[in-house]
Structures are given as C-alpha cells and as structure tokens.
Design a protein around this ligand. Structure first.
Ligand SMILES: [Fe+2]
Length: 184
C-alpha cells in the first residue's frame, strides 16, 4: 500500500528538520514524478521513492540508507520502493541497482541538485528560466556544483534507455511543476 503524500511528508518530517535537506527531498520527488510521467511508469510510487529516499540521512548519516530501509519496510511500503532506496546506497546496503526505478532514483538524486544549482545562478533564480541546454553546459563545467556526480546522471540515462537531454528535460519539467514548494 502506498502512503498518501501527506502521510509520507509527515513521516519524513518526523526524522528530518533541516530545510535544505527537505528541499532536496522535494526536488528528487518532483524529478522522479517527471521521469515516471514521461516513461509511463507509476508516478505516485516513483515520487514517493524520491520524497522518502533520504529519510534517515539527518539522524543516521553514518549508516544511511540502512535505517531508512528498515523504517520504510516496517511502514509497509512496496518492496520495489524499499529496494530502490536501498540501492541508492548500494555501497552500504549491498543492494544492486536493477529496475528502472532504482536507476532513476540514482540519477535524479544527483540531477535534481544540478538543476536547482542551475536555477540559482539565473538572475531570477527561477526554474522557469532554466533550459536543458544550460543544464548540459553546467554539467560539463566540472567546477560548477562539484558535489554532483555527473557519472551517476549519465549511467541513469543509459540504464533508462533515454538520451541525456531527454533525461534532463524530464527532471526539469517535473521540478518546474513543483517550483513553489522548491522555492525556485
Ligand atoms: Fe538524496
């Protein structure tokens, strides 16, 4: 059974207080929704995986995402969602990335950060001004948003069978839909 967005958000906020971290989760949620919508996948499931993927990050950074996997499992969330969360930290959980959902989460976790950073250097700081082309340019500029793992974005696009620009467009459109919550 899936939780409603409200229930999921309440669960997330019980474990996460930091506004920047919450914004990151909303960004990944929105990006995942965009990708699911474009690929004809389960929008609610994918968005929920994005929203909840870092649920243990603030309280248990040392074991992340192992605690989160436990919590989400005990909340009765679908195995594929719990597996996707486990596989975005495969170095700690040993869970391999297999499904499209796993790969999308792996890539969107990074790409949503790059898209936000690209918006923030626009004069308006608005997502509506961001173009796929500008995100691609920033992706090539290694000194820009250094923490973003470019390889993960490319691997995810390849695993999903879409061109890099298409993957960026899906995530950008998803995030533009959520611009109010993202404050961008
Ligand atoms: Fe994350």
């Amino acid at each position: 059974m899936l939780l409603s967005r409200e229930e999921a958000l309440a669960a997330l906020k019980r474990h996460m207080k930091d506004e920047a971290l919450l914004k990151h989760c909303y960004g990944v949620e929105a990006g995942m929704r965009g990708v699911a919508l474009a690929l004809g996948e389960d929008e609610e499931l994918w968005a929920l995986a994005g929203l909840l993927h870092d649920i243990d990050y603030e309280e248990h950074p040392d074991v992340h995402p192992r605690k989160g996997v436990e919590w989400l499992g005990s909340m009765g969330l679908p195995d594929e969602l719990v597996h996707a969360v486990a596989s975005h930290g495969s170095e700690r959980t040993g869970a391999p990335r297999k499904s499209k959902l796993d790969w999308a989460l792996w890539g969107v976790d990074e790409l949503s950060g790059l898209v936000s950073a690209t918006a923030l250097v626009r004069p308006s700081k608005k997502l509506e001004e961001v173009k796929v082309k500008s995100v691609r340019k920033k992706m090539k500029d290694k000194s820009f948003a250094r923490a973003v793992d470019r390889a993960a974005i490319r691997e995810a696009a390849a695993a999903l069978g879409v061109e890099l620009s298409v993957f960026i467009a899906m995530v950008l459109e998803g995030m533009q839909e959520a611009h109010e919550e993202l404050g961008l």
